[in-house]
Design a protein around this ligand. Structure first.
Ligand SMILES: *[C@@H]1O[C@H](CO)[C@@H](O)[C@H](O)[C@H]1NC(C)=O
Length: 384
């Protein structure tokens, strides 16, 4: 069964525009797509929101939006799509933008090489790409330790979806989330089905997992101001980066005191091993919403699915971001129009950086096996 699946997926990554010098991947960066620059109408002032209302990838339409709250945007997002497959990544950084940028620059490349070398796409292909990316970033931290030691405390959550030959693989580290909108029943309803696993110490199962891995450490998770944190420091238990929580040699001066553990670390506390699942796409699977936790802090899975389902494809991602911002404003008894006037950095007190990518699934295209659309390579890489 596994072998059959492997054969089925074996051609997925061949035509991705590497090697034979033809079919190079287009780059359609999202530049200056803020509301001021047209396309968005009346909301001219909100320069912290970037979007691509609609575009086409191998299996249908996509929509993408990013809003910045931190002084330097810590989120990154990408869509890489060729005739046979699609790769989507949402990287939600913390402690700085470097790890998310590094992952956006390297994870897909490792995945592509690994898929081509082994001639298949499996959970292992994805696992290998994550491992190589973590090793590369750790090597970079090591190299820069004497000049830029704070890089040891920078990390990123990663949510990756790979669609190839009718199968969706989902790999996650940290607390970004993928929700599927699926048609059910005869009334035109769409159900919300969460496909990603989250690694956040606020979840019972994650605290349980950490306690099992560290039976002799009574302080492995600590509740502080109502929030559970690994070692009282960080909410997520898995990431790329955060090497100060993985290797003892980086948990020492000169990193900031708040990151240094009181006792020697004799085993890694955080992990870079993603949880991976595969999902055979069903004709009723209608769209996928990939988003960093900044969205889910303000919207439930059901609300998000409802918003996408009830409106046109174009502008879906921006609509989700705006609804989350309206909700963030409401919680603080503000108007959305006032929230929009608040500058980045101060914004972080109201909401997080948010990245949303919506993929609509056109099953006529999926069942054909080979997409007709030209390749796309899109990054939400914003000019800082
Ligand atoms: C698929 O969608 C149709 C129409 O909404 C519905 O009647 C059917 O029950 C759905 N099938 C599954 C397996 O959910």
């Amino acid at each position: 069964m596994l072998h059959a699946l492997m054969n089925l997926l074996s051609l997925c990554w061949k035509p991705f525009g590497r090697g034979d010098g033809e079919g190079g991947v287009d780059s359609i960066g999202i530049v200056g797509a803020n509301l001021k620059g047209g396309g968005g109408g009346r909301d001219g002032k909100d320069s912290l929101l970037w979007f691509r209302d609609i575009g086409k990838y191998a299996w249908g339409d996509f929509s993408m939006a990013v809003v910045q709250a931190n002084q330097v945007l810590e989120d990154q997002g990408q869509i890489e799509s060729g005739p046979f497959g699609t790769f989507v990544g949402v990287y939600d950084g913390h402690g700085g933008p470097e790890a998310a940028q590094y992952v956006c620059d390297n994870l897909f490349r490792h995945f592509q090489v690994s898929a081509e070398t082994e001639d298949v796409v499996t959970a292992e292909t994805i696992q290998n790409a994550f491992r190589q990316t973590e090793e590369g970033f750790t090597a970079l931290v090591s190299e820069l330790w004497s000049t830029k030691s704070n890089l040891a405390t920078v990390g990123t959550c990663c949510l990756v979806g790979v669609i190839c030959q009718g199968t969706l693989f989902v790999a996650s580290l940290g607390d970004s989330r993928l929700v599927l909108g699926k048609k059910v029943g005869n009334t035109g309803e769409v159900a919300a089905i969460q496909l990603s696993t989250e690694h956040n110490a606020n979840l019972d199962e994650i605290r349980y997992e950490l306690k099992e891995l560290h039976p002799h450490d009574s302080q492995i998770v600590v509740l502080k101001h109502g929030v559970w944190r690994v070692k009282g420091i960080i909410q997520v238990s898995r990431s790329i980066g955060d090497v100060y929580m993985k290797h003892a040699q980086f948990n020492r001066e000169p990193i900031a005191a708040k990151f240094r553990l009181p006792e020697p670390m004799n085993m890694p506390i955080m992990s870079a091993t993603p949880t991976i699942l595969s999902h055979a796409l069903h004709p009723n699977d209608s769209f996928l919403i990939f988003a960093s936790d900044g969205l889910w802090e303000h919207l439930s899975n059901e609300q998000a699915v409802e918003i996408v389902h009830k409106h046109p494809h174009a502008g879906s991602a921006k609509r989700l971001v705006k609804t989350a911002l309206q909700e963030a404003a409401r919680k603080r008894e503000m108007r959305y129009s006032d929230l929009r006037k608040i500058d980045k950095k101060v914004r972080r007190h109201f909401h997080d950086d948010i990245t949303v990518i919506v993929l609509f699934l056109n099953h006529d295209l999926i069942s054909r096996g080979t997409a007709q659309e030209p390749p796309v390579s899109i990054r939400s890489g914003l000019d800082h």
